[in-house]
Design a protein around this ligand. Structure first.
Ligand SMILES: C[S@@+](CC[C@H](N)C(=O)[O-])C[C@H]1O[C@@H](n2cnc3c(N)ncnc32)[C@H](O)[C@@H]1O
Length: 317
């Protein structure tokens, strides 16, 4: 692509995000979303002065133009680029540092005043999914005195938001043990007290039936399965897609009266309403949709059904 074309595209993307870029307590956002802004497969995100260019199409000849533009416009500490594994190159050939060095990373970013751990050296997400900002805000406002279960926790940003909102207990569940220090750091960064029982490491299909058997109840469950849930020896049936049918069937048995269930829909093979209907049917109880959330202005999509969709469903009291 011509250098001037990149400059124009980036300029108009940044202008469209001006309110977000000016918000005083947030320094992490997607500054370019190529899917709707002219170059599918390329996204650029900023985390407290660390700029990350992610690309699924080979734009190596354009990387110096893009990083030069970012440098002129923002003068950040670090600019890196990461090519996707489908480009067929080794990680060391896909990961480039265009400015600064990884050691200069601040180690965390701020979102609406909340601090989150970031690891610049990780080949995938730095530690915070930026499209779920509104869900984190909702959790800060609707978790007071509630017992919360955060499923598919990753670095725990959603559960940390519930804890900051005054949840009386938050349990994070994820199968990856490597996440524990990152979760603990997110607690420490926000002066939250860490309890060893806050993290359950293991397979969700193993832990949920156990929790049901031991009579556990939660006042809020965060259910954010990846777009493709992998098979598990503990699942009754082979998971399909995000597997809401099996997962919600289990979760609904753990909900207290008046509890909410927050579901994240990442797939586009069903409409938003169809996804909610799938959840409702799987729950076997009459959950009503209380609120819908989506991603922010930094994830523009001309078709709203192509955006992240989050539904909060409530169990009757
Ligand atoms: C996309 S991330 C979830 C993002 C997270 N909710 C957040 O907001 O940061 C998916 C997570 O699910 C976990 N995971 C995938 N399959 C799992 C399973 N069967 N049991 C438990 N955790 C699982 C992965 O380890 C990964 O951390």
């Amino acid at each position: 692509m011509h250098d001037s074309t990149w400059t124009q595209k980036l300029e108009s993307a940044i202008n469209a995000r001006q309110t977000l870029l000016e918000s005083p307590h947030t320094d992490c956002y997607r500054i370019y979303h190529g899917y709707d802004e002219g170059f599918p497969g390329v996204v650029i995100e900023a985390f407290n002065g660390v700029f990350v260019i992610d690309y699924k199409k080979d734009i190596e000849p354009d990387l110096s133009t893009i990083s030069h533009y970012i440098d002129e416009r923002f003068n950040p500490r670090i600019i890196i680029s990461k090519g996707h594994q489908t480009l067929g190159k080794k990680l060391k050939d896909r990961f480039q540092v265009h400015k600064g060095s990884l050691e200069e990373s601040p180690g965390y970013c701020h979102e609406e005043g909340v601090k989150f751990d970031i690891r610049v050296e990780t080949p995938h997400n730095l530690g915070l999914y930026l499209d779920t900002r509104d869900a984190r805000r909702w959790l800060r406002n609707h978790s007071k005195n509630r017992r919360i279960l955060n499923l598919f926790a990753f670095t725990g940003s959603l559960g940390v938001s519930a804890a900051l909102g005054g949840a009386k207990d938050v349990i994070h569940l994820d199968r990856s043990a490597e996440l524990l220090p990152r979760l603990q750091k997110n607690y420490a960064l926000n002066s939250l007290t860490w309890d060893q029982r806050s993290f359950l490491r293991g397979d969700i299909y193993k832990h949920l039936p156990r929790a049901i058997q031991s009579g556990q109840r939660f006042d809020g469950i965060i259910l954010d399965p990846p777009p493709k849930v992998y098979g598990s020896p503990y699942a009754k049936e082979r998971p399909r897609g995000q597997d809401f049918s099996q997962l919600v069937q289990l979760c609904s048995q753990l909900l207290s009266p008046d509890a909410w269930l927050m579901c994240f829909f990442h797939r586009f093979d069903k409409s938003w309403s169809e996804s909610e209907e799938e959840v409702n049917v799987a729950s076997g109880i009459d959950l009503h949709v209380e609120e819908r959330l989506t991603s922010g202005i930094d994830f523009p999509e001309s078709n709203p059904e192509r955006k992240l969709r989050v539904s909060i469903l409530r169990k009757p009291s």
